[in-house]
Design a binder for this molecule. Structure first.
Ligand SMILES: [Zn+2]
Length: 164
């Protein structure tokens, strides 16, 4: 089961049971800089495994081309799981100085669509060297996405609920 922030506990009890009960599986989309879906990954009800080797290979060939690792979560679970966070952190280090985003898309119990974006900001290399290396600062950020330009999020949700 996905990790839940304690302050998001409220969502557990309010979660729409019908969505949880009906064939939900997480689905992931690899999205490039032009908002084009490059890969669709079908997961399980609790997780989706992104093709890390493929992502790293693509990044090597076309740095910065892969922009977003998007995936669906069950109703109201808009926080990253600890696996999600580990994946994002590792890729953020590998992608530096390019930024890689991880997006979570889910329904709320009011049938709204929540779209939340996470990314890591890594301390610039020269600054890190200037401080004599040691621990490099890495900070996670997030923001809700309200712009409706990426219609792929609705397709991703449809794929997640296809079993209904
Ligand atoms: Zn997740």
């Amino acid at each position: 089961m996905a990790f839940i922030d304690p302050d998001e506990d409220i969502y557990k009890t309010r979660c729409k049971p019908i969505i949880m009960a009906n064939g939900f599986s997480e689905v992931g989309f690899l999205v490039n800089k032009e908002d084009f879906v490059m890969r669709v990954i079908f997961g399980t009800p609790a997780s989706v495994m992104f093709p890390i080797d493929y992502i790293l290979e693509m990044h090597k060939k076309f740095p910065g081309w892969i922009n977003v690792l998007a995936h669906t979560h069950p109703c109201n679970f808009m926080s990253l799981s600890s696996e999600d966070d580990g994946t994002l952190k590792a890729l953020a280090m590998a992608f530096y100085p390019y930024i890689i985003y991880m997006d979570v898309v889910c329904y709320t119990d009011l049938d709204d669509v929540i779209h939340k974006r996470y990314w890591y900001e890594i301390q610039p290399k020269d600054e890190w060297i200037a401080q004599g290396k040691g621990e490099r600062k890495i900070v996670r950020h997030n923001r809700l996405i309200f712009e409706d330009h990426c219609e792929w999020k609705y397709r991703m949700l449809e794929f997640s609920h296809m079993g209904e």
